[in-house]
Design a binder for this molecule. Structure first.
Ligand code: ADP
Length: 266
């Protein structure tokens, strides 16, 4: 992946509408009931096939809302979402075949074992028979949990749960993988493994869109980065181009410059 390609000098909130790419959001607006401000305010994004795109933003910027809408959990008040050119209203089942989601809150059943969780989510994706058996075994090996396959998830460390959460998101071998802070609260070893695996998955052709608070992680992993604040993109480009353009020493400096140093407790 070429991380030195040039920055998008256009308005980051106006992607090329001629190509919807792997993940496309156009002019998304979302206001929660009783909220004073919209969580998403003209949020637009275009992630091209094969990209490893990092969405960065302070607390309350709108990242989880954007991911929720992009994965079809709920619709926007207005605006367009396309996954591999398809819209949820017309092609929800087809989108489920190509899309994997790794949610921020670990979405595993504590009382079920690792194998039972993979089986459950595999069946939800419509996988069965020999293919399901194969995908479960691959998932257990991928998460380095083959030796713990029969243990209930309740007995797992956070790192083990995060690894299994990722394997569940990959159970359908998705073309597009969307992750919401996949490395929160885990030790350096599990984080390192997840980084290596995400890089390998991306190099095999899976498009990745993910959110993170870890600037160094984004700088290391992402081919392109978007910074979201107050519900819309405020900057976008390759890590190298963003730093060159801004003259900042690292992404954290640039991030604080763009989003301010005021605490966000939302
Ligand atoms: P982030 O993931 O970047 O922290 P969120 O998408 O969670 O941001 O939140 C964006 C804004 O929407 C915040 O102001 C947050 O308080 C508000 N918000 C999020 N979820 C809800 C909800 N279910 N009801 C009301 N407001 C919400």
């Amino acid at each position: 992946m070429d991380k030195t390609a040039s920055i998008n000098h256009g308005n980051p909130s106006q992607p090329d509408s001629g190509s919807s790419g792997a993940v496309f959001a156009g002019g998304l607006i979302k206001q929660y009931k009783n909220a004073n401000y919209p969580a998403l305010n003209d949020f637009s994004l275009a992630v091209q096939p094969g990209e490893f795109y990092g969405l960065l933003g302070p607390n309350g910027a709108g990242k989880t809302t954007a991911i929720s809408i992009l994965t079809g959990l709920f619709p926007p008040d207005s605006g367009t979402v396309r996954i591999m050119g398809m819209v949820f209203r017309e092609s929800e089942n087809a989108i489920k075949q190509v899309l994997g989601l790794v949610p921020q809150n670990i979405g595993l059943y504590d009382k079920l074992t690792a194998r039972e969780n993979l089986t459950f989510f595999g069946k939800l994706c419509g996988i069965s028979g020999k293919k399901l058996t194969e995908r479960i075994q691959e998932g257990l090996e991928f998460a380095r949990l083959a030796d713990h396959a029969r243990q209930p998830v309740a007995t797992f460390s956070t790192g083990m749960k995060r690894r299994l959460n990722l394997a569940v998101g990959l159970i359908n071998d998705p073309q597009v993988l969307i992750l919401d802070e996949p490395c929160v609260g885990i030790d350096a070893q599990s984080r390192n493994l997840i980084h290596e695996q995400l890089t390998a998955i991306n190099q095999r052709g899976t498009t990745i869109l993910y959110t993170t608070h870890y600037m160094e992680e984004a700088q290391e992993l992402c081919s392109r980065i978007g910074i979201i604040d107050n519900g819309h993109l405020v900057e976008e480009g390759t890590p190298a181009a963003l730093l060159q353009k801004s003259g900042r020493a690292n992404l954290e400096e640039l991030f604080l410059h763009l989003t301010g140093k005021e605490l966000r407790d939302a």
